[in-house]
Design a protein around this ligand. Sequence first.
Ligand code: FAD
Ligand code: SF4
Length: 463
Amino acid sequence: MANKIPRVPVREQDPNIRKSNFEEVCYGYNAEEAMLEATRCLSCKKPKCVAACPVSVNIPQFILEVAKGNFEEAARVIAADSSLPAVCGRVCPQESQCEGDCIVGVKSEPVAIGKLERFVGDYANEHQLNLASTAPANGFKVAIIGSGPAGLACATDLAKLGYEVKIFEALHKPGGVLEYGIPEFRLPKEKVVKAEIENVRRLGVTIETDVVIGRTVTIDELLDEEGYHAIFVGSGAGLPKFMSIPGENLNGVVSANEFLTRTNLMKAYDESYDTPIYVGSRVVVVGGGNVAMDAARTAARLGAIVTVVYRRSKAELPARVEEVHHAEEEGIIFQLLSNPTEIVGDEKGWVKGVKCIRMELGEPDSSGRRRPVEVPNSEFEVETDVVIMSLGTSPNPLISSTTPGLNLNKWQCIIADEEGKTTREGVFAGGDAVTGAATVILAMGAGRTAAKSIDKYIKAKHS
Ligand code: FAD
Ligand code: SF4
């Protein structure tokens, strides 16, 4: 029986070596390993893995092609639904999506769908496979705001349908969080992010960087003066949250977004760049999501002893299981069931410690997770030189404040219906700008849904 084969382990860099370099942690499968792992798939008639994938990749079909050694065909199957397989294979939370529902996982370990997707994505990029086919130009123009996964997925589907698509990006490099947030040791920029963005460009999509919509040009101007027939807003959620506790203005307190942008986009870890970054000898990271793990592991690589302070227990850590495991292997200290109450500074205004209080878990809150409650008289202090706040982000209000009729909800997210339609005619939205900080694959799914909806809208309006 095929599924009696144990899951093929994946090779990784030794934790003691990788904790001081920025090279990729996971090496991925080679061709033999991928083909062996692919034989574990049962090619289910009603594949639960596909139903659990937000972009509905035909998982059994691509895995079948991998098992036969037809890697180009496998890439073609994935390309029908995803433009970012080498990215998604690396960063998607497979354990709670496709692999979480894989039938093999009932009695054994699930098929390593993510690692197989990564193998196929890398194969396609290394062999520069041209998998795209586009319909003839249909004469309609769509502007996409933001070049993160939502914008790239929307652009891909519209370009395939024959639209002239232009992405406007505020930063000097495209990719959104893939470029400025997720570290090189998890998601290599040249080999993976740039390569997959090139595939989107090959469809005819234009990307213009250094354009801040709402400042350089407004949505109204794009629609009324530049002749765009519709707009997709995929501007993400890049505005960091803080705790509003005493001491947050001290030198040495930074948001995880700023810290990671300096290291990733502005290459502070690379000595040939001038970007300043300070970690001192000890760093406290507040929070427990993927962003917190990335900030902690980055600070450790820059030479600091790092403590993650999180108010719930290990079971509630929102970060991917693999990221927590890697952080532990790399020596990150976890101070769980603890919450900062004050950041303490020295006489020169620099951070020297964080006062915390112990927490215990009470009744479930509106999110269904047990609410952390302070334990009386349990205060303690952690010495540190730097505090990195990783408490979540919300959308930047620039676009909504410069676009009449584009309404927001109480979390400052753009209101869009299930088809991605906003409250402003001709303007669609998706990804973190609508949901608040979420995942790459959910942003891609929203981009794809909006592309269908934009196609329907333009064809109805101009028929
Ligand atoms: P973004 O990726 O944020 O892209 C939005 C783009 O819009 C940005 O490039 C921004 O510069 C641009 N923009 C904003 N405003 C304007 C404007 N006015 N004009 C022009 N351009 C504008 N998800 C996972 O699935 N797995 C992970 O492991 C994971 N790790 C993460 C680690 C970090 C550090 C962070 C920050 C997030 C992580 N996420 C992870 C979440 C995931 O990256 C996001 O959910 C996803 O990138 C959202 O995609 P998006 O396209 O909506 O927005
Ligand atoms: Fe293969 Fe698992 Fe999907 Fe079934 S659920 S098709 S075994 S990957």
